[in-house]
Design a protein. Sequence first.
Length: 186
Amino acid sequence: MLVFLDFEASSLAKRSYPIEVAWVFANGRSESHLIMPAPDWTDSDADAEAIHRIDRGTLLLDGTPHRLVAQRMMDVLAGHDLLASAPSWDGKWLSALLRAAGLPRHSLRLRRTDEALRECAATILGETVPHEMLASAVDRILARYDGGATGDAPAHRALPAAEAERARWLAVWAAARALAAEQGRH
């Protein structure tokens, strides 16, 4: 099943670490976790904190220990198609979380949400749109729902960002179904 995943992090620096993770399954089921930092996670950036509004004190008080979050991710997400809008960044933080928990860093892999959106539209339209027109039809649909075009920009928190990616997927799915139905009538 598709799973839309997002991390918030201490900063964008090389030594940054994940402070929050959330995921939303295609069926809408979701989870969100503040992550208590591992002992050697000390990076801090006031600018990042001003954006996501999660301070280190909150993580130490309300966060779930990083090992438990990593294990929960393994238990719930293994075997699913994990999607992220920025897999290079989110993958960095996923890898840091898994390594800190003593788990293989490639146990879970992310791919770009846009790839899944393209596959979704192409699969639906492939039945009714002529092959030579398929790529341009898919491109037109994806352009309508390019990065946040489905509504207000999400807060800089993991769950709203993951929910926004799922909303993009649902919008692309609906648009492709509508175009396929229209093409089927011609």
